[in-house]
Design a protein around this ligand. Sequence first.
Ligand SMILES: [Fe+2]
Ligand SMILES: [Fe+2]
Length: 201
Amino acid sequence: MNTKKKTRGAGGTVKRTVRLLKDAFSGEETAIDLLKAQHEEVAALFKKIEKTSARAQKTKLFDEMASKLAGHDAIERELFYPACEKAMGMTDLLGEALVEHGIVEFSIYQADQARQGKDFQFKCTVLSEIVEHHVKEEEEEFFPKVEKAIGKDKLVELGARMKERFEESQAEDYRAAVQNNLKQVFAGALKPAKKVKPTAA
Ligand SMILES: [Fe+2]
Ligand SMILES: [Fe+2]
């Protein structure tokens, strides 16, 4: 896969701090602020997974990352992308993003299946590269268009609903959510049905 490594160095940290301070003072976190903060959180967890060699700690970090990624998928697919589609129609960028979500979920499934095997780390690496590619397109190409099309006030309101749904998702079993979505993707769905009922784990 042709993915360029993106360096999230000191510049990114400064930008994020400035954004968080701005939001803290204005009390207005937009949907896009929330998504970008989650992108950074997941990228940091991928780095920790790569650096950790003890298997129990590595799989614990993987579960944390996968749960956050599945929750992020849920708020984009259930709330953010439909709002984007309403404002801009089904653009190529939105269509690509939806297809990539299916690929990300398949890679979560593959890595999880390999959690006790020798191939766990390289499956995590492939997953992180796919996520990195997807995040780069969202942040550099898609989000600027969304900001223009939806506007700040609506994005603040949308962000609040997404935050609530994300918190709810963290109490759900990420495997059930991923497998439910994948079943629909394998059946040809571009937009898997909205909400996944939590299973008794
Ligand atoms: Fe996405
Ligand atoms: Fe995203």
